[in-house]
Design a protein around this ligand. Sequence first.
Ligand code: ZN
Length: 485
Amino acid sequence: MGHHKSKSPRYPKSHLMAASGIAAALSIFLLVIPTTEVEAKKTLVQLDLQELRLEASEPALSEELDALISETVTLTSPLELTSTSESMHTTASPEVVQAGISLQPVAVEPVASVAAPAPEWNSVTVAPGDTLSILFQNAGLSANTLHAVVNSSKDAKAFTRLRVGQEVDFKMDDEGQLLGMRSKLNSLETIRIDRDGDSYAFSKDVIEPEVSTRFANGSIDSSLFLAAQNAGLSHNLTMQMANIFGYDVDFAREIRQGDSFEVLFEEKHVDDQRVGTGNILAARFTNRGKTYTAVRYTDRNGQSSYYRADGTSMRKAFIRTPVEFARISSRFNPGRRHPVLNKIRAHKGVDYAAATGTPIKATGDGRVVHVGRKGGYGNTVVIKHGQTYQTLYAHMSRYASGLRAGSNVSQGQVIGYVGATGLATGPHLHYEFQVNGTHVDPLSVKLPASDPIPQSERTAFMTLSNQLMASLDQQGATQLAQLDD
Ligand SMILES: [Zn+2]
């Protein structure tokens, strides 16, 4: 009965960022599908058409169709930042962190030793069908040694998960007994075991990559994805950009030819080799003549979020739509004839028709005040967002596991799944939005912005923001100058 034992789950702040702009991210995902999958694009276009028909007709629609299908893009290449201020990036010289536990000192490889020839590492490449057992047999090592290695620690079992093409190095003593074994898992991680008396000690070397700041910009001819790709942005960075600007720009429907972006982002290197990208540090996005800014800021508690260059929030306190890829089947209407009851009854929310089981997301951070049956609403969740706002989600087939009254939820968190419980003619979500106890149209209500940068962080933020915006200007100008040459 009671939920006295319920513990509010705690969600990391990053969850909030992740949740923001999910709509944009998903739409982008479809646009991102390789060009061979034209069908997927067509589906997206049709979805857009359906929704657009309900709204005022868009004059640029045919342009947009062309934009989605066309593949020509003006490209500008990324440019290495030559001068960066220290606060803008963390430049760590490559250093090796020993993360292993071993009581005995780990055998150290002699560096350029002229004396007794030290045992050498012999490298083996994992072939299809190879197991650690086979590699041991091939190396002339006994089953006992295999057991000793694999059972030496939980971590050592990592050596049993071999990929084809992975390299495993062995080192033996004069008698052919195993001294050590090591294998590189990726460009940053190497696992290793070393003989330690009768057993083996596991260790893991993790290289801290060097992080540098890079600049990229591009102008959109067709899709954001193609322009970003041509500008040298990874898929990950493109998704970050779509998330960051997801409240201001509808990347599926509002992108126009001539839109442009400038981005400062982290790039990771090991020994002058690029091993990946990190976070977007600052960005500008110009959509239909309007420029939006974003600055990543990490506060004193280590929490990172994006703000506009002036310190106001990029996020809105609510996302507009609680379900993805759903069709609006009934709008907010105070004088509607109810389809089941067949009499005039105000429709106090918006209905989204979607397949049973489609996830439903909390539109804002808040506290769950009701989970359960609620008359004609069927399975219903009600969330209170501070003192002013309340949202309701009805006709669910089921709730998200663990969700109960008193739970804290964050924006974008899945709270349940579309169904047809209660008075419903088919599977749909009935969504209501209340301001100070009064129902308003969720599609037209002016959504409040999230909190701006706190006063206590404002000075530090503005210093960083001015620096990054200046850097974007400077890099853009440098690149223009180079193109002119
Ligand atoms: Zn409804």
